[in-house]
Design a protein around this ligand. Sequence first.
Ligand code: SF4
Length: 362
Amino acid sequence: MIKRRKTKTVRIGSAKIGAGYPVSIQSMTKTDTADVSATVRQIKALERAGCEIIRVAVKDTGALAALEKIKAKINIPLAADIHFNYRLALEAAARGVDCLRLNPGNIYRREEVRQIAQAAGKRKIPIRVGVNSGSLRSQVKKYKEENVADLMVKSALDYIKMLESFNFYDIIVSMKASSVAQTVKAYRKMACLCPYPFHLGITAAGLAPEGVIKSAIAIGSLLLEGIGDTVRVSLTGSPQEEVRAAKEILQSLGLRNFSPEIIACPTCGRCRINVVKIAREVKSKLSAIRYPLSANGLFTIAIMGCEVNGPQEARDADIGIAGGKRCAALFKKGKIVKRIKESQIVDTLVKELGKGEEDALV
Ligand code: SF4
């Protein structure tokens, strides 16, 4: 069991962020925010994929004008990502967004921040203090890669103190570098220095699978230590891919359950069936099913290449198959219960999963 770091609870619209609530999944649209229909279409697809908070770039008056129309058509909280121009933050708050993300690297003048804090406080909108190593590079004279973690912590703390001086406490913190080690170091250090929930991520992680691996190492390391309350996997690719990766990270740590887990052996010279093909087919059939929340993640399905080792190696799985000669042994919790033809493997597993799900719901 992961013991989460104690934090304050911060609300982003209907989503509660903090230690008492599940680690939530965020993404960011990649459309021009001013294009309402394209942006809403992308957000709807993200909602279906499991995104729980969506952020849009607000870079100009065109994007500002779109915010209310977008918000009216979506079901998840909407965060506005603001850089450089504090007036965009004031206007976005007035237009009803659920959260403001500010970058201390480019909106930092005290009077500007005071006005934003006042506008956000009036509407009970949280502010994410979103430090980014790239912005620090241009801001800090003695910038050195090896000091990035300390510089990010200092930047976030200074900003937090400034917001607190305006009696503003609805704060979420993020400190993203493209270095896994520096990002992890920054969050670890900050974990003891403030009570606010953390948004985790790696900046500019890149293409999948490299970006997913990098993000999973950083986000996963922190979550294992109980650090982190909401995550975004930033990928150069489709935002749905970001959400899928985030779900995998959270499910693999046992923090959230989204679907039955498939374990499959890597195969070896003892393999009697086409494990890769069967695993892919089972995965594809299961991904088409929407599981009721109460039943999510109750099952582990094992697809093992041989009977010699399979049932034993996967004895913790709820159900599984182990390959034989043109057949397979169906086993439950490591005990073989019957034999089936190779052609029946996929349908049998999916059917058995349905039965188990009904039992679990009784
Ligand atoms: S289950 Fe059998 S086929 Fe699969 S890796 Fe183990 S020994 Fe090899």
